[in-house]
Write a protein that binds this ligand. Sequence first.
Ligand code: DX5
Ligand code: ZN
Length: 231
Amino acid sequence: MTFTRSIKIAPSILSADFANFGQEIQAIENQGADWVHVDVMDGHFVPNLTFGPPAVKAFRPHVKTVMDVHLMISPVDAYIDAYADAGADILTAHLEAGPHIHRTLQAIRGAGMKAGVALNPGTPAEAVTHLLELTDLICVMTVNPGFGGQKFIDMTAKIRALRAMIGDRPVHIEIDGGVTPDTAPLVAAAGADVLVAGSAVFKGGSVADPAPYGANIRAIRDAAQGAQAAA
Ligand code: DX5
Ligand code: ZN
C-alpha cells in the first residue's frame, strides 16, 4: 500500500447481502471499489451485532484490494491477534473503546497491520494530538456508529482541524457514515481521502446486477474528486 491522498472509495459490506459476502466483495471490487470496509460490531460498544474473526478470515481470500476492518467493539486488545490472523490490512479501533488507545495502536502495528483510530461524533479532533505518530488512519464518524443508512452529521470543522494537525504525515482521513454524492464533496474539500459508503454504494444493485454498484461508486468518486481538486 503506497500512501497517497487521492480519493479512495471503501464500500461497507454492512449493506451487502449477508448470505453472499464472497460474491458481493468480488462485485464491488469489479465495479471499482478501492478498499473493502468491514464493520465489526459487538452489541456492547454499539447497539448492533455483525460478525467476528472467523467470518472476517473467510472474507479475506475474496478481497484483492485492501481489507479495512473497523472494530466497533470493547474491549479491543484481546482480539487484535485474531484480526491479524484473519488477514486485516488496516485495523481501526475506537478511541472511546477503552482507556489505553495508545497501547492498542502500538499492539495493532506490532501485530503487522496498519493502525487506525476512529472518533465518534462527540469526540474532538484534539483527542488524537498525541497519537499522530502511532496511527496510519483517522476515521471520522459522521454518524453515531451501529447502523448503516443513517443521516450524515456534518463534521467538516473536525476534518479540517485533523488535516491541519496531520500536515505531511502519511495519515489517511477516512469518513464513515452517510456518505453520498451530496455529502462527499463537503468531506473531500475539508481534507478526507477515504470515503466509506454502505447504503449509497449497494442501493439498486445486486450480485446478479452489479452495474449500479459501479455507477454509485463513480458518482461518489466524481463528486469527491471535483471538490478535492477545487479545495
Ligand atoms: C456505521 C458503520 C458504517 C456504515 C456506513 O456504524 O461503521 O461503516 O456501514 O453505512 P452508510 O454508508 O449506509 O451510512
Ligand atoms: Zn465502518
